[in-house]
Design a protein around this ligand. Sequence first.
Ligand SMILES: O=C(O)COP(=O)(O)O
Ligand SMILES: [Mg+2]
Length: 227
Amino acid sequence: MVPPLALDIDGTLTTPDGRLDPRVFELLPDWEAPVALATGKAFPYPVALAGFLGRDATVIAENGGVVHVDDETTILGDPAAARAVVETFLERGGDLGWGGDETVNRWRETEVAVSVDADEALLREVAATAEGVEVVDTGYAFHVKSPDVNKGDGLARVADALGVDAAEFVAVGDSENDVSTFEAAGDSYAVANADGAATAAADVVLEAAYMDGTAAVLEALRAGREP
Ligand SMILES: O=C(O)COP(=O)(O)O
Ligand SMILES: [Mg+2]
């Protein structure tokens, strides 16, 4: 029996140049246990990915701000403080850095994502003066979010809804927004490209990077071997 999975998307199921690795479509559609997609991306993205994998949408989106399991969506994050910080950031000359009519935040319900090319110092300066907000750096974006939500709490909620112990999940991830997932899951793997926070929190740091690392874990689990 394979274990349930909690999988980050960017940096974990992708190639170094940010494409979804095709092995995702070999390994995940027939995985015979729940697969939770736990991501910083806005809610529609992991829902679409689950749909194109032919799987139920078991999704922790927006770093735990939105959880969808068993056909039920729960909004857990409060975007008010994050939106106020971003408003001040823009007033002070900051730019989200995504270009014109961007789709990164268009459907984002509980937080705001800012490009890694944006003025990080200004963003952090503004965020530091606000209550109830933190900035999380995934390597793909700065997420301005409520500190009251995270992927790990989302995983606990998903596990509860599915009647599985969160400790049965095997987690794979690459960045500081995966630390809480690693704490909630039973076994945790950081891909070789992971940042310092994820590397420090993981049970195992993989030799291989991106989907090469994730695929090695999934193939071992599928073969009944220790990854
Ligand atoms: O949205 C991001 O910044 C990163 O997304 P991820 O959590 O799937 O890696
Ligand atoms: Mg990631």
